[in-house]
Design a protein around this ligand. Sequence first.
Ligand code: CTP
Ligand code: MG
Length: 281
Amino acid sequence: MTVKNQDEIINQLFNGADPVGLGHPRRQQESYPSGHLSQLPLPGVAGLPRSPAIMNLPRFIALIPAAGVGSRMGTAVPKQYAALAGKPMIQHVMQTFSDSPLIDAVYVVISPEDDYMSALPEMPRTRILRCGGATRQASVTNGLRAIQQSVDPDDWILVHDAARPGLSLELIEKLIAFVKDDPVGGLLAVPVVDTIKRSDGHAHAEQTVSREHLWAAQTPQMFRHAPLLSALQSSENITDEASAFERMGFKPRLVEGSPRNFKVTLPEDMLLAELYLKGSA
Ligand code: CTP
Ligand code: MG
């Protein structure tokens, strides 16, 4: 596809246009519906647009997809509920977001059949959404739809895997600092350090791929609510939010994350995650 001029893209996405022609115009800026988590009082007269100063103050909201089954982990419980350093993996993640002074609300997307979340302690500013889907993309999309009436179209959504318990307050702060003024959005990622091989499909190296300019994507991935929902709805088979934007010609900002924020995927990952969480690695 043609890569659009950055100004054209920015205008489409953020000046009230329907970014991808899917019928998702921005809601009126002045209205916060009841049930809004932080109940921010809005200055100005109802019916008038928010002042530019307020419009420049979008909030930061965490959305944690946690509706997977953890098939590669192979534990009896879905891996996000496996115990790590004394508590379920997802509880570390929820706690970190709940503790962050920068985060206004935390939404956790779980499977409608989830039997485990109810055993966890409730946390401030945190809500559970039982709308997980068949894929991570479906879970995130369903979560974004579920909160649509509670957030502003320009609010920043930080989508973070429940399976990355190594996220720290400092990384959240760093991501927000680097991305909050970006017209598109961005994500944590780490530059690739290994020599990368492309195989012939049968465990023989066919080619060495230059690692120059290669980054391994992490989460959180931070985009504004309305463009993110539109982008996800118009993309198929994507494994992260940034790729939905890339396919549309955008260039999400890469912010250097940390190896500690790796995704716990295989049984052998549990030990390393535990060492990191206990502060002994
Ligand atoms: N996820 C989700 N809904 C799905 C699949 C995944 O919300 N249908 C979430 C997982 O719970 C996890 C994150 O997306 O927090 C990253 O996915 P991954 O690490 O692949 O977890 P699983 O899909 O559970 O693991 P596996 O692929 O090994 O089955
Ligand atoms: Mg998966």
